[in-house]
Design a protein around this ligand. Structure first.
Ligand code: 5GP
Length: 192
């Protein structure tokens, strides 16, 4: 998506350890009209798939997941990274390694919120090694729901997670696919 590629080039900051910071429009301050255009594009891509639930993982996926859910006129469910004492019921759960935090957390979704009658679109802000997305796919499989595919805002394609998941036959649509990035050379997108 040209608009996003240009925005990343203009405002993204390439940090240490293959981390791209897009705090000023997506991950800290959210440019809502801009993020809404990203959500509209997810809708255009998946509008014919019968989606009735959006699934993401806390925290940074929640904003874009909610905007996307408005286009589909359906609820957004976010997987939680910790179980608090006021939560009751039964949960689907899966361990997920965090790329940005360097730890592993058990990610959970209440069984009441995903069921075999659901058609699920997974939405997330970033795809790197694929741990978060694989965890969400696992949760959809546990629930017996149908997975329609995944919509990702920024895929760091050079880290391989996205292509490995596509190779399993899962539809993954990324609005920007970074083939390489460095502070010296800047960003190169797939197909450039
Ligand atoms: P993965 O599990 O695919 O390795 O990483 C995806 C998750 O880690 C995303 O949910 C995102 O929150 C975070 N993440 C991975 N790489 C980056 C990055 O370069 N920048 C930011 N802001 N988050 C990232």
């Amino acid at each position: 998506m040209k608009l996003l590629e240009e925005r990343i080039r203009k405002d993204g900051v390439i940090g240490a350890g293959n981390v791209l910071k897009v705090d000023c429009f997506l991950n800290h301050l959210i440019d809502v009209p801009f993020a809404d255009e990203l959500a509209r594009e997810f809708y255009r891509l998946f509008r014919d798939c019968g989606v009735n639930k959006i699934l993401t993982i806390e925290a940074s996926g929640i904003g874009i997941a909610c905007l996307t859910a408005r286009f589909f006129d359906c609820p957004a469910v976010f997987a939680k990274k910790s179980k608090t004492s006021n939560m009751s019921g039964e949960f689907y759960s899966v361990p997920v390694d965090s790329f940005t935090h360097g730890n592993t957390s058990t990610v959970i979704v209440n069984k009441a919120y995903l069921s075999p009658s659901d058609k699920v679109l997974i939405i997330d802000d970033f795809l790197a090694l694929g741990n978060a997305l694989n965890g969400l796919i696992d949760i959809v499989e546990q629930s017996g729901a149908q997975l329609v595919g995944a919509g990702i805002v920024i895929e760091k394609a050079f880290q391989g997670g996205g292509d490995a998941i596509r190779a399993k036959g899962i539809r993954v649509e990324s609005l920007a696919m970074i083939e390489s990035m460095s502070p010296e050379e800047g960003i190169r997108y797939r197909g450039e």
